[in-house]
Design a protein around this ligand. Sequence first.
Ligand code: CTP
Ligand code: MG
Length: 556
Amino acid sequence: LRPIHRLLSCPGTAAADARRERQPSGSTETGSEERTPKKRFSEVQKERREQAQRTILILCPNKTSEKKFLKYLSQHGPINNHFFFESFGLYAVVEFCQKESVASLQNLTRTPSMGTEAAIPFRSRFFNLKLKNSSDQTSEQPYMPRCNQSPPSSKKLFELLCDAESIDDQLNTLLKEFQLTEENTKLRYLTCSLIEDIAAAYFPGCAVRPFGSSVNSFGKLGCDLDMFLALDEIGNFNAHKTSGNFLMEFQVKNVPSERIATQKILSVIGECLDNFGPGCVGVQKILNARCPLVRFSHQASGFQCDLTTNNRIALKSSELLYIYGTLDSRVRAMVFSIRCWARAHSLTSSIPGAWITNFSLTMMVIFFLQRRSPPILPTLDYLKTLADAEDKCIIEGHNCTFISDLNRIEPSKNTEPLELLLKEFFEFFGNFAFNKNSINIRQGREQNKPESSPLHIQNPFETSLNISKNVSQSQLQKFVDLARESAWILHQEEKDHPSPSSNQPWGLAALLLPSIAKSTSHGKKKRKKPASERIKNLLESIKSPENSTNTNGKRT
Ligand code: CTP
Ligand code: MG
């Protein structure tokens, strides 16, 4: 677990009201989800993007009076909502009702004179607010609520988990504490929108869209911000049919391949961010990767950003995960807890390497939920059969078609509680035949492994790719060992019924303790395997036949 700050609530702002109204409620309801209409992924993206375009970011003096600040900005038009947060300084995010207000403010804003240094004039939506007369503001400042953008500390999380009423309650509590807040989501879309302004200096009409965990419903406070530069939208202007004998084409510069085009585009955008992008620091161009990218820090928002280009398949995979995460409230609770468990035992890492990634873990949870009886999640092939004509989508020859309207997908009849699912998850993967089988969410069934990587999880759209190709045998073994031990701990607890008042970490809290990893990851190497095998056998021996799983993970 990462040492991080406490989550503060942000009372009194419209944003806080919006957050309270927002799902997920942390309800322990299972199976019978509320049938309130759920928004399509494209609708959410469109609304958020439009909202971000009328939003600005301001570095404020610490002594800013909220009232005077709002009054001053309101000269440019009505404000929809705002919030403050602390990063390297006090920042405000202000959303105007109309886009014109931003232009009006920009017209009254000056480029600072820098003394001996020189400023590169760039009219961004990221401003500095200066006080003309500081004494005027200081006297009657009440404390201004600030929205925290970080997840709770491990100490706080343990307290919350130990105070919970049940394991179900623990999983829902963890989700509530770690999920992206309304404000953090706004800040993510705003950051993309600010980067888009910079990229538009080269490519007018381009779009910078977030993808990955920022938008797929599995984002946790503090996760990176994946974004891609969409240039194909520029081409859309050509879509209008022209009449007559002529056809107009733009003069373009040609390069030998799509990959080289991507590298060249990212190279200039990287330069542009480095030279002209306010708050963009540590720009690295990683152009020789399979998927070339520019990595940088957006200092004000505190986001680590990965910018790629024309990554439409990844956006489709974000949409698919959004559908899975929104269909049933148990999905996100499971994914967040499993990710947190994996992080606590160093199964995942922020450094690239032979570790399992959060994306792979999400796929494993989805697959497990597809394998329940009755299934909690439908297969991707089933979602494809529900698609209508407008959902049809082929990208670079890959069929990425699936239904976009969540409301047309029947809710699951499965009512299993999270406590059971958590235990079964560990047993399922503690016994999974990773040596033979591949995890396949398209078919919702394990398949024979097409190649020899230790862990094989088929990319749902680029089906010849393995999303966990990087995972080593030893990392996979560590995952299996920890899964078995966690299943064992939950079984023991069920038997012993520890009292929540005993002050001992229990349930999910006990699974997050590093001590259980010690016997496997730091213990004597020779004993590692027998211990894990022993636990597996013990587990099998205490289970009744109707609950048992065979080595293929299939329920018998
Ligand atoms: N992706 C992929 N294949 C991979 C890795 C990533 O298709 N082998 C796509 C997925 O759509 C993923 C996105 O790229 O969601 C972003 O990757 P990454 O940042 O690694 O994962 P996230 O889902 O964003 O999770 P995290 O919170 O760890 O950033
Ligand atoms: Mg990410």
